[in-house]
Design a protein around this ligand. Structure first.
Ligand code: COA
Length: 386
């Protein structure tokens, strides 16, 4: 990639409720330290009936449109593994809610937690060919597992929107990329199921194998030595997973990599839980919003999607990135979530599964958010601005 191409803006959204994992642990008779320390998670965002990947994705993307307008946006990539339709892209709903021009193509991408990275790379290549165009990448997901399952504490919800342009203000994408794909049944969601089927232990092993495969391919394709990477963002289905990945990379390369090189990247994911496709980019947002001065620094990014596809790539942070990041806005969003107790969380979880099978149903606005899922009319999903 000869032109400077990368992330010009990055904005996030999450669901309107929050559950403290200490409460979940107490109600299940589990030591809260298992979640706080063992998984590295403190809270999880819980969606209400009027929220889904469309409403969160639109809320994140709206912040970008408010700041930069829609001129020149000719592509919207919507990355998700908890999509709302088997045929129509969730992005088409976002396109209407945001009033994007008809001359903007919209596509949904799926490969578990990985597909936002495919979207980002495709967006960068499009902009490299046509530098006057801008691409909107939206990653939005709800991680929902069965009640009382081992995976329950690793649920969550959130969206990240990124504007990919030439001469970016936040971070430039470097061209070296490492990839590793393997057919593994560690995690999948059959068409008839509202919750994912997950073999957690298998997924941890598949993630770590994918990381090493992607790292070796990165090096074989011109990627820099690990000692030339200043900070790391590893995919975070739960933040302790990123710690495990970081240690594995250090063992594999034989180079000591201190925990301080990735610690700041866990700040948001500890509080929203797993947001699948958005998770890696919440890690990047947390790193950018931390006190660490990253100007001119190289950030190594490891993206993993069960099933599985893994990718390692790097970003170079722009010199004046701090004038473009949104730390205060994100803190305000997290603080605005309504706390729920365990019975309320369980009721919201059950209601979400029941809604999926309805043919006609009206859903009243519940949370304070810019967009709402308004129900289903003749099997078609309905969305409204607040
Ligand atoms: N205090 C501190 N740590 C504790 C603890 C306590 N009282 N009790 C347990 N732990 C630690 C365990 O030692 C373990 O840490 P380690 O992996 O570093 O050894 C961690 O907490 C989790 O405990 P474990 O017994 O392995 O949990 P689990 O079997 O109930 O489930 C997952 C954990 C991640 C497998 C499960 O949440 C899951 O399936 N999640 C969804 C899949 C996923 O996110 N996969 C990631 C790759 S994509």
């Amino acid at each position: 990639m000869s032109a400077r191409v990368g992330i010009h803006d990055l904005a996030v959204a999450t669901a309107g409720h929050v559950l403290e994992l200490d409460l979940l642990a107490e109600s299940a008779g589990i030591d809260p330290a298992k979640y706080r320390v063992g998984l590295g998670q403190e809270q999880m965002s819980v969606p209400g009936p009027d929220e889904d990947v469309v409403t969160m994705g639109a809320a994140a993307a709206q912040r970008i449109i408010e700041r930069h307008g829609a001129d020149g946006i000719r592509t919207l990539f919507f990355a998700t593994e908890s999509g709302v339709d088997q045929s129509k892209s969730a992005g088409v709903f976002v396109h209407r809610l945001l009033g994007l021009p008809a001359t903007c193509r919209v596509v949904e991408l799926k490969q578990a937690c990985y597909s936002a990275t495919a979207a980002l790379q495709a967006a960068a290549d499009m902009v490299a060919r046509r530098p006057d165009e801008r691409v909107l990448v939206v990653a939005s997901d709800i991680a929902r597992y069965d009640l009382d399952s081992a995976a329950e504490a690793t649920q969550g919800a959130g969206a990240v929107a990124m504007l990919v342009t030439a001469d970016p203000a936040i971070a430039e994408l470097e061209s070296a990329i490492g990839i590793s794909t393997a057919d593994v049944d560690d995690f999948f969601r059959p068409n008839d199921s509202a919750t994912a089927v997950v073999d957690g232990k298998l997924s941890i092993g598949a993630y770590l194998d994918g990381m090493i495969g992607a790292w070796d391919d990165y090096r074989a394709h011109g990627g820099v030595d690990v000692s030339e990477i200043d900070r790391f963002c590893h995919h975070q289905p739960f933040t302790k997973m990123a710690v495990k990945a970081h240690r594995r990379l250090a063992d594999h390369t034989g180079v000591p990599l201190g925990a301080e090189l990735m610690a700041a990247s866990t700040g948001y994911n500890r509080r929203i839980g797993n947001s699948y496709t958005a998770s890696l980019y919440f890690a990047l947002a947390a790193l950018l919003d931390s006190d660490d001065d990253l100007a001119g620094r190289r950030v190594g990014m490891f993206s993993y999607g069960s099933g599985s596809v893994s990718e390692f790539f790097a970003l170079r942070v722009c010199d004046d990135y701090r004038t473009h990041t949104r730390g205060e806005e994100t803190e305000a969003l997290l603080a605005a979530r309504t706390p729920v107790d365990v019975p309320r969380y369980r009721a919201l979880h059950t209601a979400a599964a029941e809604l999926n099978s309805r043919v006609d149903v009206a859903v009243e606005p519940g949370v304070d958010a810019p967009f709402h899922f308004a129900g289903i009319a003749g099997r078609a999903r309905q969305y409204r601005r607040a």
